[in-house]
Design a protein around this ligand. Structure first.
Ligand SMILES: Cc1cc2nc3c(=O)[nH]c(=O)nc-3n(C[C@H](O)[C@H](O)[C@H](O)COP(=O)(O)OP(=O)(O)OC[C@H]3O[C@@H](n4cnc5c(N)ncnc54)[C@H](O)[C@@H]3O)c2cc1C
Length: 487
């Protein structure tokens, strides 16, 4: 489809066509307001897009790391169901950790830990937990870091067994330097006592199925949600310009006045009434003209991003395992997580074949980031052959992807730096900044969709909403009901 000419005086200009930007455009269009969306990539959907790899007549689909959908917001289920109808399906969940050649369920299963680790190590876990409760509960040792948080809730032995190692792999910094916000978002409500109660059947009445058991996933990949939004937008007059990016954002100290966009045809100056920005916040600040004051620039430089490198292997094999995801917390293993798209939807692979997605955590420019596809295949294959996952002869093809702005690093000073930036941005009254990269917040797609929807309400109703309340509920990750479909 040819890229439409960029509208130069739109009511709303949206930077970034990920879940946040697209949800905002969709809600505006439903209310009759056409926006103009500018996206750097050729394909929309951001980190939640689904990629297609054709090998002769065989088609393999993959997300950039499979995206399960979970939300406590019924509006979002309805929003997606209206787009996907029967393509929106419930999937049983199996997620395990692989440690010392053994599988452990995730979240932790008490009996399995005892069986796999033996009585002595299990007793040690119990003693450490009691000591941690005394230290953090009775003696009220403050929870200043992620490490404090997980040790307080699981005891040191169990915390080190999986959470501390895995988190240090994700973030590339010691857990003692990670802000406790990460724990609040990721594992809030879980602790060793709740795991134990679960094991001995003291959980109380069984409520609705939780997302520990199942989740929703589109038949042909999570990116279908965003392709459908794109179709709706184009049909109803909202333009999406891909392969284009902002190169200058002018302001007069009270509002954004114009944005220069580099398009395949050259630079176009756009003068929007309102600007919604969902590209990396640090990049956006660099584009401002005049630049923000030095303390704000310094605060932006202090914010760090964790990158990811992905290896996608297509295989001449029917199946590797039944898992959706497998986590590898050990620091001796160079990758952090693997997944098999077929276990999300069988339509992600040709019949009789499967694929394997391998995630590495990196900093832009480091050793992993700089490796070639061939080097990465050589790095991972000895592990998979040793564990009996698949052989080199079964690998059909390998594909390499890299993304720089994946995880906003929640280090011990991130909140302070973000606060300096947010306070300064408040003066730009026609700007709303949203999404995972746009707000420098670790969110999943549901929260980015929610932020996009809230942004549309801010623009349409002129009311103030606190964007930081999205996803701040403590039970977000591993608990809560899974909604039933309406249709
Ligand atoms: C490996 C992995 C697994 C995940 N698993 C899940 C999951 O299971 N469930 C779940 O709900 N979520 C999951 N997520 C999170 C989900 O991908 C994000 O929350 C979601 O994509 C964020 O949407 P967004 O619009 O805020 O940002 P993004 O998706 O990052 O979109 C931002 C958009 O802005 C564009 N852009 C960037 N810079 C520029 C520029 N200079 N100019 C123009 N455009 C620009 C980007 O190309 C992108 O399209 C996962 C993420 C990863 C990386």
């Amino acid at each position: 489809m040819p890229t439409p000419r960029l509208e130069t005086e739109p009511a709303v200009l949206i930077l970034g066509a990920g879940p946040a930007g697209l949800a905002c455009a969709m809600e505006l269009s439903r209310k009759g307001v056409h926006s103009t969306v500018v996206e750097r990539d050729e394909q929309i959907g951001g980190l939640a897009k689904t990629l297609t790899f054709k090998e002769g007549d065989d088609v393999f689909l993959t997300d950039i790391g499979p995206h399960r959908f979970f939300s406590k917001n019924q509006y979002l289920y309805d929003f997606i169901e209206d787009l996907l109808q029967e393509e929106w399906r419930k999937v049983p969940r199996l997620t395990r950790q692989f440690v010392d050649g053994k599988y452990f369920n995730y979240p932790v299963n008490f009996q399995q830990v005892v069986k796999n680790l033996g009585l002595w190590r299990s007793a040690r876990i119990g003693v450490d937990y009691v000591l941690a409760r005394l230290r953090y509960g009775l003696l009220k040792k403050p929870l200043r870091t992620f490490e404090d948080y997980v040790v307080a809730n699981f005891g040191r032995s169990l915390a080190e067994f999986s959470m501390i190692n895995y988190s240090e792999k994700i973030w590339g910094i010691p857990c003692a330097d990670i802000h406790p916000d990460w724990a609040k978002q990721r594992i809030s409500g879980l602790n060793l006592w709740s795991v134990f109660k679960n094991a001995i059947g003291l959980r109380g009445k069984k409520g609705p199925k939780s997302l520990v058991d199942e989740f929703y996933y589109p038949q042909f990949g999570t990116g279908r949600i965003y392709e459908e939004i794109g179709k709706h937008l184009r049909k109803t007059g909202t333009s999406i310009t891909t392969g284009s990016e902002p190169v200058k954002v002018r302001h007069d100290g009270t509002k954004i006045t114009s944005v220069d966009i580099r398009t395949p045809e050259g630079i176009v100056t756009v003068r929007p009434q309102k600007l919604v920005e969902s590209v990396p916040l640090t990049r956006f600040l660099e584009l401002l003209d005049p630049p923000p004051p030095p303390p704000v620039q310094q605060a932006a430089r202090n914010l760090k991003w964790r990158a990811q490198v992905y290896l996608f292997l297509t295989l001449n094999k029917d199946k590797v395992t039944d898992d959706n995801w497998i986590y590898f917390p050990s620091k001796d293993i160079p990758f952090g997580r693997t997944s098999e798209m077929k276990n999300f939807s069988k339509d992600m692979c040709p019949p009789g074949k499967t694929s394997f997605f391998i995630e590495f955590f990196a900093f832009e420019g480091d050793a992993i980031w700089s490796m070639t596809k061939e080097q990465l295949v050589d790095l991972v294959m000895p592990y998979f052959e040793k564990w009996g996952f698949f052989t080199r002869a079964e690998v059909r093809n390998a594909y390499l992807l890299k993304r720089a702005h994946v995880y906003p690093v929640y280090d011990s000073t991130y909140k302070q730096n973000l606060g300096v930036i947010q306070q300064w941005l408040e003066q730009l009254q026609n700007l709303v900044y949203i999404g995972r990269p746009g707000r420098f917040r670790y969110t999943n797609q549901d929260h980015s969709l929610e932020m996009g929807i809230i942004a549309s309400r801010i623009l349409l109703e002129g009311r103030k909403y606190d964007m930081d309340t999205v996803g701040s509920e403590n039970e977000y990750f591993e608990k809560g009901p899974i909604y039933e479909k309406r249709i």
